[in-house]
Design a protein around this ligand. Structure first.
Ligand code: HEM
Length: 343
């Protein structure tokens, strides 16, 4: 009896959670010991997906404000929560070890009873991809979204695309970096009309290229001053590169951590996909998935094409070594120091 006081099992609604395992093999009166593990592990994944969406949702809200104050609590809080997301994802990768204690023969005890259900139908997983920034048009094997998902679920995932995604909000945040308003940036130095700083950077980059890499200069022009082809604009990429180069300046440490945590999320999700593919390969070999996809082939395609933040990772191609990074004018360097130093 709770007597109006909070009681462990009631607070956690354990009657619902612990009463939610209904093996198909029991209904069919077939012996399949491992189906319980299969159900519990999927439920554990879904609970963690829920928590990840809770964290990502809160970060989306913070960045949706055009007034985000780089000196306020929003950026540190976002970094903290995105790191948590990454820690959860690492646990999710590790959880595959538990599932791998089930052998292919154990799985065959109940696999046919599950058709046509599949992890592909995890709407929370698809929502996470969409909230981070994956669009339906970019999804590998788009045809499965129509054949394998209930219309309501497909519409729900697609509907998320109409709301600002994390990569879009990060793009806007990078574009409005306050230091870009400095006179420093606007002093044109060459015929191209580029600010002196960027002409200098281009020259340093050019000098750092080996003979075989000369083509990279064209890429540099395209990335930082060309038209946007991907998810990040040229202006946002200039900011991100600047943060990466000058990350030792106190004011850039958090923005740098933020960019790092986005790359960590991409990497952890790719690692999960990779472990899942290997596990699937051990479990069903060349056979098609219960969801009716090409199985391993579909999963490999999704792994290769569902990165969200790869344009940030690609910026590493344009870094230059520390010794060649131009010194900033004192006035700007002061602004990027600790608050007590800024005038
Ligand atoms: C015996 C274990 C498992 C096998 C054999 C398996 C197999 C597959 C296959 C073949 C697919 C491709 C779609 C299809 O045709 O069904 C798939 C997709 C997927 N599975 Fe699994 N799976 C297993 C366990 C899990 C677990 C524990 C999770 C955790 C939630 C999971 C989540 C997913 C997700 C999210 C997708 C979609 C991936 C994407 O679109 O990139 N699977 N699975």
């Amino acid at each position: 009896m709770s007597n109006g006081k909070v009681y462990y099992g009631e607070y956690l609604q354990l009657d619902k959670i612990l009463g939610a395992q209904a093996p198909e093999s029991e209904k069919a009166n077939v012996e399949a010991h491992d189906e319980m593990l299969f159900i519990v592990i999927h439920q554990a994944y879904e609970l963690w997906f829920k928590q990840i969406l809770h964290e990502v949702g809160s970060v989306l809200k913070m960045f949706a404000s055009s007034e985000i104050d780089d000196d306020g609590p929003a950026v540190p809080t976002a970094v903290h929560r995105l790191r948590r997301v990454n820690t959860i994802l690492q646990v999710l990768v590790k959880q595959i070890d538990i599932l791998e204690t089930m052998t292919p023969l154990d799985f065959l005890d109940f696999r046919d009873l599950l058709r046509p259900a599949s992890g592909f139908q995890s709407i929370q997983f698809k929502e996470l991809e969409a909230r981070l920034g994956l669009k339906m048009d970019e999804r590998f094997g788009k045809q499965y979204y129509t054949s394998q998902l209930k219309p309501d679920d497909k519409n729900y995932v697609q509907g998320i695309e109409n709301q600002p995604t994390l990569i879009e909000l990060i793009n806007s945040w990078l574009e409005r970096m306050p230091f870009f308003e400095e006179r420093f940036w606007n002093e044109a130095a060459d015929d191209s009309g580029r600010p002196y700083f960027w002409s200098q950077m281009r020259k340093i980059y050019q000098d750092s290229l080996s003979e075989g890499e000369q083509g990279n200069l064209k890429l540099w022009d395209q990335e930082f001053f060309g038209e946007t082809k991907g998810r990040l604009s040229a202006k946002a990429k200039r900011s991100a590169l600047f943060i990466m180069l000058y990350r030792d300046l106190p004011l850039f440490q958090l923005p740098f951590s933020l960019l790092q945590s986005l790359l960590d999320i991409d990497e952890s999700m790719a690692t999960w996909r990779y472990r899942h593919i290997n596990m699937v390969s051990r479990m069903i070999g060349m056979r098609v998935g219960t969801g009716g996809s090409t199985g391993k082939k579909y999963l490999k395609g999704a792994m290769d094409s569902h990165y969200i933040f790869s344009e940030l990772a690609d910026l590493s191609s344009f870094l230059i070594d520390r010794r060649r990074i131009p010194e900033l004018p004192d006035s700007l360097a002061h602004r990027l120091g600790y608050t007590v130093n800024r005038k």
